[in-house]
Design a protein around this ligand. Structure first.
Ligand code: BGC
Ligand code: CA
Length: 307
């Protein structure tokens, strides 16, 4: 009560002050003063605003309620209706075909891995076959050379039959024996010489280039690649046993032209006997070797008289 009286008094006071101020300084028109008093501070206008606001809120609430009900009905139709069932069915179908596709992809991957494995085996097989083919080609080439060489020996053997004992070869007007067969084991220089003597000959005296080349050509053709070079030599009738470095043939003649390998003779281990080896360069075919070393040998003897 007291507040309301106070506010009434202040209100009257405000009107009074405004009127008095207007008398002194006429800044506002009467109409403006009336508007200020009606809109800004009148209790009746506030009431109208509240009513309008309440009404608006009520309308908004009703509208939201209607929207809510509408959405509820729509959702009910969605969840309960055939559309959702159809969609769920479609999703299930899609999932199934996706799973099937994944499964097929896994199968295809496994198949690919198997094919790659098979391809690798085929590739290895091909490489292997290619190598075998190359091996065969090499063997064919070697065999053809051997055939040609043996053919070239035929006249020699024919002549050997006419002029030499069985198993001996006729070359450069002399008969030679080569113990190529495996039945002949390697022996030391003296044993080799004894063998030749028992056959009516002696270890070969290779005192001419023709003799040397004929011998090296022959032993080269019978070379066994598996045999170590120093074991594949053949004793010949040449020694420096009487005086180191003075090489003499068995007939007592001094060595004239030697076919020593590089660095030979080197008398490395008291090497007083000479041997010929199947080297690719026939002019580097000789080594001096220890006379007690076991090697094959070459005998020579005079042919039967041609008559
Ligand atoms: C040596 C040669 C020698 C040969 C005899 C090798 O170890 O280096 O100089 O002639 O043995 O077999
Ligand atoms: Ca030597």
């Amino acid at each position: 009560m007291e507040d309301r009286e106070n506010s009434g008094r202040s209100y009257n006071k405000l009107i009074y002050q405004e009127e008095s101020a207007a008398d002194e300084q006429p800044i506002y028109s009467n109409q403006e003063k009336q508007q200020v008093s009606l809109t800004a501070v009148g209790p009746a206008s506030s009431f109208n605003h509240y009513k309008l606001l309440t009404l608006s809120l009520a309308v908004l609430a009703a509208f939201l309620l209607a929207v809510d009900i509408g959405l509820g009905v729509y959702y009910y139709h969605l969840t309960d209706g055939s559309l959702v069932r159809d969609l769920a069915g479609e999703v299930a179908k899609l999932q199934a075909s996706y799973n099937a596709a994944i499964h097929r992809r896994e199968d295809a991957k496994e198949q690919l891995a198997r094919e790659i494995g098979k391809q690798a085996v085929t590739r290895w097989e091909l490489e292997h076959q290619t190598r075998r083919k190359e091996d065969y080609e090499r063997v064919i080439e070697k065999t053809q050379i051997e055939i040609a060489t043996l053919k070239s020996h035929i006249p020699m053997i024919k002549e050997g039959c006419r002029h030499c004992s069985p198993g001996w070869t006729f070359m450069n007007s002399l008969c030679y024996f080569f113990p190529f067969a495996d039945t002949y084991s390697s022996v030391n220089w003296q044993q080799a010489r004894d063998h030749c003597k028992r056959q009516g000959g002696d270890l070969a005296i290779v005192d001419s280039r023709e003799k040397h080349l004929a011998i090296t050509n022959l032993i080269h053709n019978y070379k066994d690649p598996k045999t170590w070079m120093y074991q594949s030599g053949f004793w010949i009738g040449l020694r420096d046993v009487e005086e180191e470095g003075r090489w003499k043939w068995l007939d007592g003649t001094r060595l004239n032209e030697g076919y020593w390998n590089d660095g030979e003779p080197n008398n490395e281990d008291n090497e007083d006997c000479a041997a010929v080896y199947p080297r690719s360069n026939p002019f580097k075919a000789w080594n001096d070797a220890p006379c007690n070393f076991n090697l094959k040998w070459i005998c020579e003897k005079q042919p039967w008289a041609i008559g």
